[in-house]
Design a protein around this ligand. Structure first.
Ligand code: SF4
Length: 448
């Protein structure tokens, strides 16, 4: 076994310790460092993610590896993004019961559901420690905290059962009074492919000890030994490994999806020629209820089927229906780095308010026949009677598709056939046929 001093020099930065005397944080760091050392995982392969709280101080800034010290509760969202961007990373999250199961509860559920390949160490001290001893989702019923001075009226939940129900593929619980078992389980989790969750019951003598009457560190460790066991009747006090199964992992599933999309994209791009001008930023704007977001999705899908990288975002007011809204679609053959360029290359607009709000700076504006407001000076304007044609063909709601037909005719940014395929795949089958007809008629009209 590696000596403590050697372990410290190899894995830890020399910093003043931030933990209160008797805190369990250092014991978790010890078990974790030993697990990494036993498995000989190169430190440059590791990315540690942490949120906010005492748990986040365990790896950051002590452990010598890259660390993302993120916002409260959001570490697993940052971790999911990092893992998808670089699946080779050995991803480990340090979170607490407040950070991970309270503020970040939703991210926890969905990271488990997606079976993201990461190890989550959830250090449960039954309270929000660093922020002042507030009640947490794991605080026992009737326990006194800074925010429940007359006792906690709520019931705690079992974090292990929660992530098991959400789809985690490795779930375990130990306490800081069980260091060898904790280390072995961390090693197993590090070798497991998929979402691994280890709850570590840890003593917080400062907040839980003083406020909730938990006692000092020795008393708490004694209780962990006495009350928690592999055969405990109360599932929240049961120790051991509860789940260890295999399921497809998120990055592998994404790879499969990309392979499928690439096969489709080749079929279309070999047949059709589309404009080389990239990146291209199209903004579709109108009123809520006109299918602006759907038009953005159809266009984005069509660009993607032509082998382009696509970024699609949308924005609408709190009123949702009736107010001005927009969908931005950026397509490029290169990687898209500028995520929100201010001015689009083309504005496709279906309402007066939207023209006023989003019209500035667009060199080309494609306007529906219902738009009566004056376009900004200097812009090249093309009028497409999409609403009129959509009504003639039986559904005013198909005008959004007509505007895309006008865009295809005017800018040559995307082939009409790619739009037709995208409508078939994206739009409800009941409306797809009319939408395609409206799109094609507007395309022909705008071409001539
Ligand atoms: S507040 Fe509690 S959990 Fe935080 S460092 Fe102090 S003892 Fe540890």
């Amino acid at each position: 076994m590696i000596a403590m001093e050697e372990l410290r020099q190899k894995y830890l930065r020399v910093r003043p310790f931030p933990f209160c005397p008797g805190c369990g944080g250092g014991m978790v760091l010890n078990a974790f460092s030993r697990a990494i050392d036993n498995l000989k995982i190169p430190q440059e392969d590791i990315l540690i993610i942490a949120g906010i709280g005492c748990s986040a101080w365990i790896p950051s800034p002590f452990f010598k590896a890259d660390t993302l010290h993120t916002t409260h509760g959001r570490s697993l969202a940052f971790g999911t993004g990092s893992k998808v961007a670089n699946p080779k990373l050995k991803m480990i999250a340090f979170t607490g019961d407040g950070d991970g199961t309270g503020i970040g509860g939703n991210h926890l559920i969905h990271a488990a559901r997606n079976n993201v390949d990461m190890v989550v160490l959830c250090i449960n001290n039954n309270i929000y420690g660093m922020t002042g001893g507030q009640v947490a989702p794991t605080t026992p019923h009737e326990a006194k905290t800074a925010t429940t001075p007359y006792g906690n009226p709520s019931n705690p939940f079992d974090a292990c059962k929660l992530v098991e129900g959400a789809g985690a593929t490795f779930v375990a619980r130990w306490t800081t009074a069980h260091p060898p078992q904790l280390q072995k389980t961390i090693e197993k989790a590090l070798q497991h492919k998929g979402f691994s969750f280890i709850e570590v019951m840890s003593q917080c003598p400062t907040q839980y000890g003083r406020k909730a009457g938990g006692g000092n560190a020795i008393e708490m460790l004694g209780r962990f030994k006495a009350d928690y066991s592999t055969g405990a009747a109360d599932s929240r006090m049961r120790l051991g490994e509860f789940v260890n199964i295999e399921k497809p992992e998120l990055c592998e599933e994404i790879d499969k999806m990309v392979a499928k999309a690439s096969a489709e994209k080749r079929e279309i791009s070999e047949q059709k020629n589309f404009a080389d001008a990239t990146p291209m930023h199209v903004r579709i704007a109108g009123k809520g209820g006109q299918g602006i977001v759907l038009a953005g999705m159809v266009l984005g899908h069509a660009f993607a089927s032509c082998g382009m990288n696509v970024l699609q975002t949308q924005s609408y007011g709190s009123e949702a229906r009736g107010g001005a809204c927009k969908a931005d679609v950026i397509a490029s053959k290169e990687q898209i780095n500028d995520l929100s360029p201010e001015n689009p290359d083309v504005l496709v607009v279906m309402g007066n308010e939207a023209l006023e709000k989003y019209g500035k700076g667009a060199p080309v504006i494609i306007m529906d026949d219902t738009v009566t407001a004056l376009p900004p000076e200097g812009a090249k304007v093309v009028r497409v009677p999409a609403t009129k044609i959509a009504k003639e063909l039986g559904s005013a709601m198909s005008a959004n598709a007509g505007m895309l037909g006008g865009l295809a005719a005017v800018s040559c940014a995307v082939p009409k056939e790619a739009l037709a395929n995208s409508i078939k795949e994206t739009v409800d089958a009941r409306f797809a046929e009319t939408n395609t007809k409206v799109m094609e008629k507007c395309f022909e009209g705008a071409k001539n």
